[in-house]
Design a protein around this ligand. Structure first.
Ligand code: DGL
Length: 265
């Protein structure tokens, strides 16, 4: 059985946390990763703009022969998943539904807290998805986490202090009684250990990246991803040097090269 060719799309480096989980569960798959770094961050942009860039990126990956597209970016999933699905022929998996489903599987209080970018929170995509699985939810934008993680401050007193402020706000206000916290942004898995120290002990942390990887395995069949390590090709719309340098931190191993692509042509 041939190893699958999977496209993974994100606004930049963050989606490499999803690729990292995919490589763990389907090591033999061949991956094409597209980071639209020229237009980063998506988290503060409008639906129209995010959809335009996401569709152009999806078309690019489709033209390279992928058989499935994983939209690793929470913001692009929240704002443009249906538009992306309509624009390509291959099956498209987003990160929100798998994260919501996992939260529903483990929550006993039937209440979840979600942290994400400004745009994801404003769309209420997580709230709708959680509601579908019978969970009430409270969402909170944590816009400072993305730049802090990109600065490499994943174990830093400043990040810890910021996390305390955000988590105090969310768990003191609406999220009292929530027993699950959904990490609704690609960057947050990198501060998972720090968040573990800050969020109330009874609250379980759900990483959408892990749940999304599990869904992909489910759809493609786990046998197809097993075997010797497959290939990885990376594409970026801005500096290749920066993509390889920063991306390696998100992926957990080095990225030797990436191809510069212009999606606005
Ligand atoms: N990838 C984005 C997300 O998961 C975070 C970075 C951005 O705002 O572009 O929402």
């Amino acid at each position: 059985m041939a190893a699958p060719v999977i496209g993974v799309f994100d606004s930049g480096f963050g989606g490499l946390t999803v690729l990292r989980e995919l490589q763990k569960v389907m090591p033999a798959a061949n991956y094409l990763y597209f980071g639209d770094t020229a237009h980063l961050p998506y988290g503060a942009k409008s639906v129209r703009t995010v959809a335009k860039y996401a569709i152009a990126s999806a078309h690019f990956l489709e033209s390279r022969g992928i058989e499935m597209l994983v939209v690793a970016c929470n913001t692009a999933t929240a704002l443009a998943l249906e538009d992306i699905r309509a624009a390509v022929k291959v099956p498209v998996v987003g990160v929100i539904e798998p994260g919501a489903q996992r939260a529903a599987e483990i929550s006993k209080s039937r209440k979840a807290a979600v942290i994400a970018t400004e745009a994801t929170v404003s769309s209420h995509a997580y709230q709708r998805a959680l509601h579908k699985f019978g969970l009430e939810s409270v969402e909170k934008a944590c816009p400072l986490f993305v730049p802090l993680v990109e600065e490499g401050w994943v174990e830093h007193p400043v990040t810890e202090q910021v996390a305390h402020i955000y988590m105090d706000e969310i768990f003191r206000d609406g999220a009292r009684g929530a027993d699950v916290l959904v990490l609704g942004c690609t960057h947050y898995p990198l501060i998972r250990s720090l968040l573990r120290r800050v969020v109330p002990a009874q609250v379980e942390i759900v990483d959408s990246a892990e749940s999304t990887a599990a869904k992909v395995v489910n759809q493609l069949g786990s046998a197809r991803g097993q075997g010797p390590a497959g290939t990885l090709q990376c594409f970026t719309t801005d500096s290749v040097e920066k993509f390889c340098r920063l991306g390696s931190k998100f992926l957990g191993h080095s990225i030797e090269n990436a191809e510069l692509v212009d999606i606005e042509k």
